[in-house]
Structures are given as structure tokens and as C-alpha cells.
Design a protein around this ligand. Structure first.
Ligand code: PLP
Length: 392
């Protein structure tokens, strides 16, 4: 037994520590020291799921027909509802039987997609800064993540001319994410059209992560890559019910796009999971039937929170843009601090948990991310606490 060795696979060694797990540890240490914590660290809504959605889960969970293995690809009723939503909201035509797949949360689909397309040594183009799952999923598939920059001077949109064409020719997948986490940037039709042209030229599948497409303010309506000419030929788009309806714990989302891309992801999933619990899909259908009605109250709360935080930080002289979408605020770090130093100072001296921008990639250095996941009174208090700090 003494010789028994537990050795992790090399692929795990290739990953940085999962960002939010590290933040949780730092937060736990601050709580141990007795600090009152204002947690703006993780994008997990503090508000409850609307009752009408919960009611459907409760009713349908009693039906034994719903206790068996669900369909791998999702109930046809659910995929049909997703296609109706995509048509109503974006004008995108999708065949529910072949071009839509139910997911156990969009993270699950994003993480599995490279297994369907990436061979060892293939490149995967990932945004920097970006949601860490893109990088990890490329590595798990044996691919090589290649970071492309999202810079403030380009409104955090990609500059395709700056991606090495030789790398692009060897890339299989490109992740995009608009509205964007962590920068809160939104896409334009022009940038999606450029992405499609670039993808066609280099034969790259676009994987557009639309997890925040219903989280927008002030009449801004985020767009889908599937509504742009040629978008459906080369793309798969990932949608999530998590943030729109405060359903992060439920684990439900869907992927939509080109049949060949969707079906390949379906083949991976068939071998790994056994579908989403039917009552959760039925509750998801109820949510998708009236997204605007259910999410407008939620977004009004986030709008007030956004304005409390932005007005407060601006009154302290911080140059923070007001986001058009998502529930993140991407804050440029005041001069004299790195992202990690500011995050540590805010936690240790003010009890405020934030996320250092460099955790999302090297271009995130110089920023921290704040999530609007506490009420506006606590956000006002966070601003007061920052005012009380003697930042150098
Ligand atoms: N994509 C982005 C950009 C996210 O920030 C998140 C969650 O924070 C997800 C996907 C995953 O969402 P889901 O709950 O649908 O797995």
C-alpha cells in the first residue's frame, strides 16, 4: 500500500487554480477574522427564482413519469420552446429537432464542445480577458488555447486582423461572449459579421456564449450571432436560464446553431450525461414563455444597483463606465495598484470581495470586476467603505 501513488493527469496541472475557488478561500479567511463581508465576487444572483417557475417544478416533480431518465438531447417541448424564443427575440429560425440541444447549464455545454471538435494540438481561440471555462475546456480536449485580446480602446471587441493567420488556419474553435463577462461589453452587428467572415475564411467554428443576452439596461437589446447573415452556417450559440431568471442552481440552458455542430455536441453529451431532470425542463419552458415579463422586474432591481454603484464610485473620482448589459461592473484600477493589490486591499481593509481582472487573463490586469449581487443599500455601504480607505 505504501507504493500506492495518486497522480493527477497532466491536463489538471495545465490549469490555473479555479479563480472563484481561490476567492472563496480568501473570503473565508476574512470571515474568520470577524469581518462583515460585502460579496461582489461571484456572478450568482442573490434574488429568488420567480414563483411561477418554482410552481411548475413542484407540480411536475410529483409525476412519476418525470422520474425516469430524460432524453439525452432534451424534451422536444423544451427544444421547441427554445426555438420559439429564438425566433421571437432574434428572428433566428431553428429546427427544434436538429438545431437545438438542452443543456445542464450552459457551462456544461461550453466545457464539452471542444471534445466534439478539437484534436490534440489544434488551436482554440479564446478571448482575453474571458470566462475561464473556455481555456480549461480547450486544454481538456488536448487543444492549445490561443488568447486574442479584448482591449478597452476597441470597446472590448476582438480585432481579427491581429490574430496570426497561421494560428487561425490551425484553429478549430473560437469562443466569443457577448454581452461579455467580465468587461460588460456588448456586440455590434458589424463585429459579429466580421467574426463570421473570419470564421469562414479560416474554417473555424464560432462558439458564442450568450449567457447574459437578457441582462441589459436602458432599452439596449443584445443581439444573437444567429440573426446575422451566415451566422448559423458557422456558429453554435449558448443560452442560459441562470441569470435571466435567477436560476443558477437549477442547471438549465440550451445550445442552438448549425445542425452539424449541435449534433456533434449531442454525441459527446450522450456519452457523458443523461439529460436534464424533466421538471426542470418543464419549469424552463414556463420561463421561456414569458421572458420579458419575468425578467423586467429583475432587471429593474439590477439597474438601480448599477446606478447606485456607478454613481457612488464616480463621486469618488473613479472613472468607471456605466455598463449597458450584464450584472458586472468592470472597474479600472486607480493608479499605483495592480488588480490583485486592489482586490486584497478592498477585502482586507473594507471587507469587500471583488475579482481581480488578471484572473480572467493578462489583459484583465488593471481592472477589477464587481458583481451587482447585493442590494443597493449594501452597494452604497461598499462605496462608503471605499471612501473611508486611504487608497494611495
Ligand atoms: N458563460 C458565462 C460568460 C458565465 O459568466 C457563466 C456563469 O457565470 C456561464 C456561461 C455559465 O452559466 P450556466 O449557469 O448556464 O452554466
Amino acid at each position: 500500500m505504501n507504493d500506492f501513488k495518486i497522480e493527477r493527469a497532466q491536463r489538471l496541472g495545465q490549469l490555473p487554480p479555479y479563480l472563484f475557488a481561490e476567492i472563496d478561500k480568501a473570503k473565508a479567511r476574512a470571515i474568520e477574522r470577524g469581518m462583515d463581508i460585502i460579496n461582489l465576487g461571484i456572478g450568482d444572483p442573490d434574488l429568488p427564482t420567480p414563483d411561477s417557475i418554482i410552481d411548475v417544478l413542484c407540480e411536475t416533480a410529483r409525476d412519476p413519469a418525470n422520474h425516469r431518465y430524460p432524453s439525452y438531447v432534451g424534451m422536444l417541448e423544451m427544444r421547441h420552446e427554445c426555438s420559439l424564443y429564438m425566433k421571437r427575440r432574434f428572428g433566428a429560425e431553428l429546427d427544434p429537432a436538429t438545431e437545438v440541444l438542452t443543456l445542464i447549464g450552459s457551462k456544461e455545454g461550453l466545457a464539452h464542445l471542444p471534445l466534439a471538435f478539437v484534436n490534440p494540438g489544434d488551436f482554440v481561440l479564446v478571448p482575453d480577458p474571458g470566462y475561464p471555462v473556455y481555456n480549461a475546456s480547450a486544454v481538456f480536449a488536448g487543444g492549445i488555447p490561443y488568447a486574442f485580446s479584448l482591449l478597452a480602446e476597441n470597446d472590448f471587441l476582438p480585432d481579427f486582423d491581429r490574430i496570426d493567420p497561421q494560428i487561425a488556419d490551425r484553429a478549430k474553435l473560437m469562443f466569443l461572449n457577448y454581452p461579455n463577462n467580465p468587461t460588460a461589453a456588448v456586440a455590434t452587428k458589424e463585429i459579429f459579421a466580421e467574426a463570421i467572415e473570419f470564421a469562414k475564411k479560416h474554417n473555424i467554428i464560432i462558439c458564442q456564449d450568450a449567457a447574459y443576452c437578457e441582462m441589459a439596461y436602458d432599452d439596449h437589446k443584445p443581439i444573437s450571432i444567429l440573426e446575422i447573415d451566415g451566422g448559423k452556417d458557422v456558429s453554435i450559440e449558448f443560452h442560459s436560464l441562470s441569470k435571466t431568471f435567477n436560476m443558477t442552481g437549477w442547471r438549465i440552458g440550451f445550445a442552438a446553431g448549425a445542425e452539424k455542430i449541435v449534433s456533434a455536441l449531442g454525441s459527446v453529451k450522450t456519452n457523458i450525461d443523461s439529460g436534464a431532470f424533466q421538471p426542470i425542463q418543464l419549469a424552463g419552458i414556463a420561463a421561456l414563455q414569458s421572458p420579458a415579463k419575468l425578467s423586467s422586474d429583475i432587471m429593474e432591481i439590477y439597474r438601480e444597483r448599477r446606478d447606485t454603484l456607478i454613481d457612488g464610485l464616480q463621486s469618488l473620482g473613479w472613472n468607471v463606465p456605466r455598463p449597458k448589459a450584464t450584472f458586472y461592473v468592470w472597474v479600472p484600477v486607480p493608479p499605483g495598484y495592480t488588480s490583485a493589490e486592489l482586490t486584497a486591499t478592498l477585502l482586507e481593509e473594507a471587507g469587500i470581495v471583488t475579482t481581480p481582472g488578471n484572473g480572467f487573463g493578462k489583459n484583465g490586469e488593471g481592472f477589477i470586476r464587481m458583481a451587482l449581487t447585493v442590494d443597493k443599500e449594501r452597494l452604497a455601504e461598499a462605496v462608503d467603505r471605499i471612501k473611508g480607505l486611504s487608497l494611495r
